[in-house]
Design a binder for this molecule. Structure first.
Ligand code: AMP
Ligand code: GLY
Length: 423
């Protein structure tokens, strides 16, 4: 069969690698892709938000399955555009992708269906938000309602910072219209865990757990980023926590969406925080995480095409999901200065050191071809993933492999998976 993947990051590279393992697949396309994805897929020059062009391409090339990696096209309704043409596509429809597209929607859904989350209020006007902030407990969390590349969340230590935050989000509109509405919510503490789940509208099957590192610098300092590294599984996601999440969070969420007339098909990414009072949902995403996919997918034994087809056909209950009994760690190699300003176009060397090395992977995020060279082309450049028998071995392997790669302004965190030592 022919498969089209939509997106251009490390996540899509990891998806493409899983797809390439399926014996059912003859040909993979990726739109727009990157220099790494180009080694396993034919890259097509269509951007992820060119929804109609993507569907026209899939129609013309007789693509059997399209997999949407990114959030923006999902929230904009790419699945509806494909389905209107009778094309098979993996991902939630627009009316279900809103679970990521609007934090106010997802918070109201959790409240209505008693899904554990932080207490909150929703505000459409800066005046009302300021009035509320006069009289609440600090720290407090401000969130832009819409998509903001994972950066629209402000943790405010005191009233002055929160008042500034309202200005940033609602008046200066740092994240554009995403900040027209904001959610103000209780500050929670605990370890964070990401659980990505396959869904077919009725059934939800969680994958192995992972933990991201969102801050730019060691010891969780610096600005929020798209994610600087991950490990899987999380030792803090115990059997007990898992059982709680399955009965109180995952199935209730999928049932709630169905009950609202918004059946959710695709990947539901549940961002959890394990508080002293129990697990709480921090956020939902409607797609694989980046870089969570880079540690979860290499450990998946089940054929990804079989699972995705089962989701589309409403037969997920007949499918068994299997993961390897090992661990993986991904360290992001970024351009120094990310997530603020940084230089691009630096020549990358050492990529071929990964060739033929079992259990070591280099996923491209921001790379492109420049003549015969591969050069940096973004803030997050590469994701170096390694497996190991356990988390410690995986982490040692991943850091060893980061040394194989060189480029001028290479930057990484040195404490990805440090929490493993405390488990
Ligand atoms: P979100 O995009 O909603 O996952 O938020 C991004 C990050 O902000 C999360 O991964 C947490 O580290 C932090 N965060 C979000 N909501 C809260 C909260 N209610 N309490 C504490 N930290 C939070
Ligand atoms: N790594 C977090 C995300 O993909 O949203």
């Amino acid at each position: 069969m022919k498969v089209l993947i939509v997106g251009s990051g490390g996540r899509e590279h990891a998806i493409a690698q899983s797809v390439a393992k399926s014996p059912k697949v003859d040909k993979i396309y990726c739109a727009p892709g990157n220099a790494g994805i180009a080694s396993i897929a034919e890259c097509v020059d269509i951007k992820a938000m060119e929804l109609k062009k993507l569907a026209d391409f899939a129609d013309k090339e007789k693509i059997d399955l399209t997999i949407i990696g990114m959030d923006d096209p999902l929230v904009a309704g790419v699945v509806d555009v494909f389905e209107a043409k009778g094309l098979r596509v993996f991902g939630p429809a627009k009316n279900a992708a809103i679970i990521e597209g609007s934090k106010a929607f997802s918070k109201d859904l959790m409240k209505k269906y008693n899904i554990p989350t932080a207490a909150y209020e929703v505000f459409d006007s800066p005046e009302a938000a300021r009035e509320y902030l006069k009289d609440c407990n600090y720290p407090i969390v401000l969130k832009a309602d819409g998509l903001a590349l994972g950066k629209g969340v402000l943790i405010c230590e005191d009233k002055a910072a929160a008042m500034d935050g309202v200005k940033t989000l609602m008046e200066d509109k740092q994240f554009g219209d995403a900040g027209n509405t904001i959610v103000i919510e209780e500050f929670l503490t605990g370890r964070e865990v990401s659980v990505l789940c396959y869904c077919d509208g009725n059934t939800i099957k969680p994958m192995t757990s992972a933990q991201d590192h969102k801050r730019a610098k060691d010891n969780d300092e610096g600005l929020n980023t798209g994610g600087m590294g991950t490990f899987s599984p999380s030792p803090f996601y115990t059997k007990e926590v898992q059982e709680f999440c399955e009965t109180k969070v995952f199935q209730p969420t999928i049932d709630a969406m169905k009950n609202e007339g918004r059946p959710f098909k695709g990947i539901l990414f549940v961002g959890l925080i394990l508080t002293p009072a129990g697990p709480r949902v921090l956020e939902y995403n409607a797609r694989f995480g980046d870089p969570e996919a880079q540690v979860v997918l290499p450990r998946m034994k089940t054929d990804i095409i079989d699972v995705m087809e089962a989701c589309i056909d409403g037969k997920l209950d007949e499918t068994e999901l299997e993961f390897e009994d090992n661990a993986a760690v991904c360290v992001i190699l970024a351009s120094d200065g990310y997530p603020e300003s940084y230089e691009k176009g630096k020549v990358i060397t050492g990529l071929d050191a990964f060739d033929g090395k079992e259990g070591f992977y280099v996923y491209h995020s921001g790379t492109k071809f420049d003549g015969d060279n591969i050069v940096t082309n973004g803030g997050r450049v590469l994701g170096v993933t390694a497996k190991g028998a356990d988390l410690k071995e995986a982490r040692a392997n991943a850091y060893k492999a980061t040394e194989w790669i060189s480029f001028d302004n290479k930057y990484m965190r040195h404490d990805i998976g440090k929490a493993i030592d405390e488990a």
